[in-house]
Ligand binder design. Structure first.
Ligand code: 4AD
Ligand code: MG
Length: 476
């Protein structure tokens, strides 16, 4: 099989040579011109069928979405918008397709409609670009950490612990649903369960990540995580991918520096390696913006926005400063926030977006949150009120990173777990890191889909993961 990919063919321009291309028909015009796509790029290659050379039976089977193998000669194109085409010598139908029944027509479909046929939406230009960029970002994640000597640690999907202590877990069990074994007091007897205890899907690989960091120094995880939070928003999934670096000998500032460098590296990688897909998405967004009134359109297009983010330092403020900015904002004075603002609140997305989109107009790193609204493992500050937490807020997204310096002092950690009702007996293995050579350490989690959203400009998180899992939806 000496197939050449269309992306390669279009850049390599091997004029007059014989090539084999394979792909799916996007359109077929005048019984003569096939626009063929193989997913390597949004650009189709035009295959030209000489009139009279192929029989009617074959021509009839060249329908939208049929799979073809074409052997032909590369010639300069006379048509507009392409530099070469393939003059077909042999055409083989690899797979027929009933164009009448095929749900994708050669026209623009809404993203909502495409979500209902998520099993076919990769075959559109928008999803082609999004998923090639998603791939590139995943690759760049590994490259970034590998270049820095981090170890990729595979943390478990099935766990017995609740890493965030938020109780948003999906249960994993082999017990019968209708009549599970029960203890004398009537509660379910998990001793009979597959693992001999109650287990769930992981919400985060952090706790295991800390074990790795206190041996290898620097590790990262990159895997699926699960949250049974009933949030039907454009930023939440029940199953999402998270990247969680964890570093020994790092404090909060080192942590913020690494996160900023990491995000900029990922963006730069895509700008350098996926220019054509970014350009396609930039254009797509410009078309979308044209539907909006002039004063609601964004000042920068997608590529200008990304360039701005890689070329400017992120803003850094404390939580206390963030609350002050909100309280002094014209927005607050005109009572435009739906939720109240005061020190101690868990900022709502309207607050976060005001800070990044209206006030600073760039990514913002917010540090030192009230202890009461953050997880048990975060390092307690000397003020007795705040913890060394850090969230990164991005324009158009809101929270994209959550992280902290960790509480490395055993007594303080145990006290806090007790205060928060986190079972320290079950987390004895986690506490061992603090017993045997504890060190200052820190880490963060980047929501991969939110990062893909930021880079592609896609408004809904359901459109940057292949098969989204959201409340009442697990079709594909
Ligand atoms: O802020 P979170 O909950 O932090 C943690 O899980 C820590 N254990 C991370 C760490 O310090 N190692 O989640 C981290 C990030 C969020 O900032 C957000 O980008 C993403 O994960 N995220 C979600 N993305 C999509 N759907 C959801 N339901 C998400 N919940 C969190
Ligand atoms: Mg968070």
């Amino acid at each position: 099989n000496n197939r050449v990919k269309i992306k390669e063919l279009l850049t390599w321009q091997p004029e007059q040579q014989q090539v084999t291309v394979m792909g799916w028909v996007r359109t077929f015009r005048n019984n003569q011109f096939v626009a063929l796509n193989d997913g390597s790029t949004n650009n189709n290659v035009q295959v030209v069928l000489e009139l009279g050379k192929f029989n009617d039976d074959l021509l009839k089977r060249i329908t939208t979405s049929a799979a073809l193998k074409v052997k032909g000669t590369v010639i300069p194109s006379l048509g507009k918008g392409q530099t070469l085409e393939v003059k077909a010598d042999e055409v083989e139908i690899l797979g027929d397709s009933d164009a009448e029944k095929y749900p994708l027509q050669p026209k623009k479909h809404s993203l909502e409609f495409l979500r209902e046929i998520a099993h076919l939406r990769f075959r559109t230009n928008t999803f082609g670009s999004v998923f090639r960029i998603r791939h590139a970002l995943a690759f760049a994640v590994h490259q970034f950490f590998n270049n820095k000597g981090f170890i990729y640690l595979h943390t478990p999907i099935v766990t017995a612990s609740d890493a965030e202590g938020a109780g948003e877990m999906f249960r994993v069990t082999t017990l019968p649903f209708d009549n599970p074994p029960r203890k004398e007091d009537g509660s379910i007897d998990y001793a009979e369960d597959f693992f001999g205890r109650s287990t769930n899907l992981t919400v985060s690989g952090q706790l295991e990540g800390e074990l790795g960091a206190t041996a290898f120094g620097e590790i990262y995880t990159f895997g699926p995580t699960f949250r049974a939070e009933n949030s039907n928003t454009a930023r939440h999934l029940a199953e999402f991918w998270m990247i969680e670096p964890e570093m020994a000998f790092h404090d909060l500032e080192d942590n913020a520096n690494l996160a900023e460098e990491f995000i900029q590296y990922l963006i730069r990688y895509v700008m350098e390696n996926n220019a054509d897909d970014l350009e396609f998405l930039r254009q797509r967004l410009l078309d979308e913006e044209k539907q909006k009134p002039q004063n609601e359109r964004s000042e920068m297009d997608l590529i200008q926005k990304l360039e701005f983010v890689v070329n400017n330092k992120f803003e850094r403020i404390t939580y206390t400063e963030a609350i002050d900015i909100l309280l002094q904002s014209p927005h607050y004075k005109k009572k435009k926030f739906q939720y109240d603002v005061k020190w101690g609140i868990d900022m709502q997305s309207e607050h976060e977006r005001y800070l990044v989109e209206k006030h600073f107009k760039k990514p913002v790193i917010v540090t030192n949150y009230p202890a009461d609204i953050k997880s048990f493992y975060m390092r307690q500050n000397d003020d007795g009120k705040t913890v060394a937490a850090m969230d990164i807020l991005a324009p158009g997204i809101g929270e994209i990173v959550g992280g902290s310096q960790r509480e490395e002092r055993l007594d303080k950690l145990e006290q806090r777990m007790k205060d928060m009702g986190v079972p320290s007996e079950e987390l004895w293995w986690y506490l061992d890191t603090r017993r045997f050579g504890t060190v200052p350490h820190a880490g963060f989690g980047l929501g991969f889909e939110r990062m893909v959203q930021f880079v592609t400009g896609m408004g809904n998180i359901r459109d940057v993961i292949a098969f989204p899992r959201t409340p009442k939806n697990a079709e594909f």
